[in-house]
Design a protein around this ligand. Sequence first.
Ligand code: ADP
Length: 612
Amino acid sequence: MTSASRSPLRGSRSTLTQEELVNSLSWLVKMRWVAGGGVLLVTWFSAIILDLNVPTTSLYLLGLGLLVYNALLRWGVGRLDAAAFSNTVYEWFVRFQIGVDWAAMALLIHFSGGIESPAILYFLFHITIASLLLPHDRGYLYVALAPILVGGVALLEYSGVLRHVPVFTPARYADPLYVAGILFFFVSASYVMVYFSMTISRRLRRRENELAALYESVQATTSTLDLTEVLNRLAEATTQALGCKGAAIRLLDKTGSHLAVAGSYGLSEDYLDKDPIDVARAPIDQEVLSGKTVLVPDTSCETRLRYPDKVASEGIHCILIAPLVGKRGPIGVLRAYGIRDHCFLEDDVDFLSAIAAQGAVAIENAQAYQMLEYLDRSKSEFVRIVTHELRSPVQVAGSLLNVLSRGYVGELNAEQADLVGRAQRRIKFLQALIDDLLDLAAGKAEVMATAERGLVSLTDVFEEVRARYESPAQDKGIALQALYPDEPLKVWGDRSELDRMMTNLVSNAVKYTREGEVRLELERTNGSARVVIADTGIGIPEDALPRLFEEFFRAKNAKDLQETGTGLGLSIVKDLVKRYDGEIQVDSVEGEGTTFTLMLPLAKNDANALEK
Ligand code: ADP
């Protein structure tokens, strides 16, 4: 698994790693405060209390030097923390610190008795730290520096180039057997120690990488409900988590007898262009579908492959296949492909199984969502057909009642006029309901084809709707204030849809306001049009707010009014806003008023666009 590869999916991983690295460096700085203080304290103790023959000035300078250098490093770590930095910067920073630390350690050993120094063992701490922090493939190389430094000090003293500091008597630094023995044990202990720490930290880092990769794949696959997207993201996340060539997902068809490619990443069109696999004739897939994760370590030796030629020409050397198991049994397989220099390890088997397990959940969720959308569209289509059929008889009934009420077939007495009036009100409601249902169904079925779309001036639509509601507002004694720019704010869409959006909101504002004002605002804000429709009306009870955009929902205080309503207007608005990639927000206090705020993305200047 390479930590160097970068992609959008990896974004959060590098941040996690970097955070961890900065933490390690901060920890190192803390340790160095202890080391610097320790040198000063032990020097004082050895010279004053134990009365040992130590070079106090040199040792005090060394301790102070460590503290000063550490203060500088601390400042450096703070800067690394603030800025995004690459792993290379980090490695050089660590190498530099380790270099200075080890030189200081060599000096300490020299000042405290050379090869006889009891501090020599402390080098082992430095070796452990270096092997944990530096890249693992070069750990042994770095650790060679420790015996070279210690051996160098011993040899320089032995040969008389450096003056030996005689802390202990009788001195043994000139005894070749003693020097060689100590060096031997020191070298072997160093290597054993670095081996232990590198093995442990390698395992830990691997686990950490796997966890981060799993987390990323969960995030990538669950952040959408679009099935194709889920499948492709799952394939991409698998490829990156395992650091392999590519991955593919094959899903079982309805009969459960064939596996067809449903999503992939990193594989050629030619390789993917294969017929669905007949499970009855694919022993490997049968094994996988029975719940096992299967590893094909070398494709050239595997006789059970269905298309060995295609596998070879794609350069695939090994394949790891995990079952995708849904709530009611297997739904497909997840395959990861490696090229020649890549071999899957035992750990990868568990890892792919874990990715497949969460992937299966994401796939089933997306499938369920797709099914819901399909059902919703079918329902809307049904509603559309029924309401369409209802429209003309209702219109005819309405016209007939108009004929009656206007007295064209004879004057009506008071009682008859009242009855006809009531029937007219009912018919009017029925017409509104049919219109709303048709609008809603049209929105769901996306009847408005993209061909009908063009650049529409939202400012014009806004002005038209305002003008339409001027007299109804006046009739109710409500002030209708409007504030909008001179420039046409253009939206890419359909004029009647935008009109419907505005009309629904403005008509509600007028309908649910008994006194005061309705304020309409339109303005440009960072590439979007912001529409505000605020009123001083009856407001919306707090408990009704979460259900406001549901089909047929009407709040109790609205139902208590004389005004009729279908409870469909806001669902139509919500569907339209979604289709325009916009946002709608409502703020309301019961008894005080309501404000709807609509954000609609403005069209980017498009010279070829048709002005509608
Ligand atoms: P309708 O107005 O036909 O009932 P809508 O879908 O347009 O249906 O609105 C749903 C409900 O939201 C209304 O019944 C009403 O309770 C509430 N509502 C919408 N707009 C307002 C508003 N401006 N003031 C108060 N209540 C509102």
